[in-house]
Design a protein around this ligand. Structure first.
Ligand SMILES: [Zn+2]
Length: 266
């Protein structure tokens, strides 16, 4: 009996020692600080001051100030440097920003200038119904509160026209390099060809790139908040009632390649 007790005690002692000295798994690993201290729906809909939470990005070619999340800025600068190192010697183009963070009111300005006809679109809005006008705007522009440009993860590069990045365009070499290498840095082109997205959402935008490790989380968060009516668009801009629940398709119809860029390898 005594011997039995000693054995049991020894086993208990060794086990206790293991508990004390062994590496304890962290029950709560640190999460990405997704909203940077801003209330969730304000962040998701671009209602905050970017200068307080984002990093200023200054590139040689910038004609105006750009703000992105700090981790996005780091990845972008690394990608730009590597492209400069790897591009053909005689190739003059480099990667630069045309647009980056845009807040709710900036996006509302873009949307309403098109809705009221102040800014021209593919076809004139004269004689068009409000439904037709909203469809025309949505070919290339997001409604305020639904834009990926609110998140500090997305930006437009070089030229807002696909032809710049295609055969015969100045940006063809740059775009071909991005298609191969951007995912290493965490970037994807969310609006690839419409056919690859079941003909849903915005037209293809070869200039728009997104930092997937964070924007994938924000896409999910936006969708969840919209479905729970934490995000409501009604009454916040002209034509919001027409867009209504259609906003969901535009936010969620993105390239499946964004899931692959979720884990940068650099
Ligand atoms: Zn864009």
């Amino acid at each position: 009996m005594n011997k039995m007790f000693r054995i049991q005690y020894t086993i208990w002692f060794i086990f206790s020692l293991f508990l004390v000295c062994g590496e304890k798994p962290d029950a709560n690993p640190p999460k990405t600080n997704l909203y940077l201290g801003i209330p969730k729906t304000d962040y998701l809909t671009g209602k905050f001051n970017a200068e307080k939470v984002f990093a200023k990005v200054t590139l040689d070619d910038s004609t105006r100030e750009h703000y992105l999340r700090p981790e996005v800025k780091t990845a972008l600068l690394k990608m730009i440097t590597d492209f400069e190192d790897q591009k053909p010697q005689n190739y003059k183009q480099n990667i630069f920003l045309v647009s980056s963070f845009r807040n709710f009111s900036h996006q509302k300005g873009i949307w309403e200038s098109k809705y009221t006809g102040k800014k021209a679109m593919r076809v004139p809005i004269k004689d068009k119904t409000p439904n037709e006008i909203v469809s025309l705007i949505l070919e290339f522009s997001s409604a305020p509160g639904t834009s990926r440009h609110h998140w500090g993860t997305d930006f437009d590069i070089n030229a807002l026209e696909n032809s710049y990045f295609e055969e015969g365009g100045k940006g063809k070499i740059l775009y071909d390099w991005m298609k191969i290498h951007a995912k290493k840095y965490g970037f994807c082109q969310p609006y690839n060809s419409l056919a690859q997205r079941g003909n849903k959402g915005y037209q293809e935008e070869k200039w728009h790139w997104s930092y997937a490790p964070i924007s994938n989380q924000l896409t999910k968060a936006w969708t969840d908040s919209f479905l729970k009516s934490e995000i409501t668009l009604t009454g916040t801009f002209l034509g919001a009632e027409i867009l209504a629940d259609g906003a969901l398709d535009y936010v969620t119809s993105i390239s499946s390649e964004c899931a692959l860029a979720n884990t940068p390898s650099l």
